[in-house]
Design a protein around this ligand. Sequence first.
Ligand code: NAP
Length: 315
Amino acid sequence: MERGEQATREPIRIGLVGIGKIARDQHIPAISRDPRFVLAATASRSGGVDGIPAYSDIAAMLAGPERIDAVSLCTPPAGRIDIARVAIDAGKAVMLEKPPAITLADAEALVAAARDAGVPLFATWHSREAAAVEEARAWLADKTIGAARIVWAEDIRRWHPGQDWILDAGGFGVFDPGINALSIITRLLPGSFTVEQAHLAIPQGRACPIAATVALRSGDVPVAVELDFLRTGPQRWDIEIDTNAGPLRLSDGGATIAIDDEPPRTAPNHEYARLYARFATLLAGGQSDADLAPLAIVEAALNGGTIERVEPFAF
Ligand code: NAP
């Protein structure tokens, strides 16, 4: 779908659900900048957007007088399946923040429900839209890959202030940001992944890990993953891949690339603009896009990992 062609159509009327950090930081600006979309209404228990009709839940929003063509879900992952089902049952196209659900079974159920209802479902992975990811994938395509290392280390208090849900059941803990790294590595390396070993550091009184190490394998390629939610000082969102043509390094969450001994190059972040552009394309074609590979890795690590109880965590 060309942009000019879409401009002659009615904009897609979005109902945005869960008005929190990511809705405000990324979704609302991306929707407002893209002429293919208009924000028609919101559904959130307390949040809203100035000048936009606000409802307290999705059922009320869909029962309201505003026409809604598609919904975009920005709530925490626990409970998202129920919200998505309401949308699908109402025949609305659905865009899901990552991770698409708290279990693979739930995510697969949503994919099946959308297919049966004939509505597009887009399970987004925003980090796959980071500036350098596709260049890295293209460069790696004809290389022999030896090993890969991921370090995703950030300060939970800085990036997720007060978000207790992230350490509650279904919150994914350090895998909430860590799944972004996994969404990139599953795009970069061909083949499926297995989890060989995982170690989870879970604070006493919490359900999800605050740090983890995971040993993955994709074919012959070992991938060592280090996730840390307590990193103060320099923050790291890095992936390093050894190849027969030298190392490839992605840093800044996929925005910066360095190949062999070349200096690093950084490009601007257009992750959410690209996600909404893709959603518009999927809607135009009546198609879905739901790759669940990153979620499968996280589920295997959380279910099979050894658990170490560490000191309690408070924001
Ligand atoms: P958040 O700031 O906590 O916002 C989520 C919003 O959802 C809340 O403000 C809340 O608004 C609503 N909500 C509905 N049910 C809830 C519940 N049971 N517990 C808490 N809030 C509930 O979270 P967020 O950082 O925006 O993250 C939301 C999703 O986006 C997550 O899946 C996350 O992985 C993803 N994401 C986050 C970031 C980031 O940088 N923060 C980046 C990319 C993706 P009401 O109180 O008004 O209902």
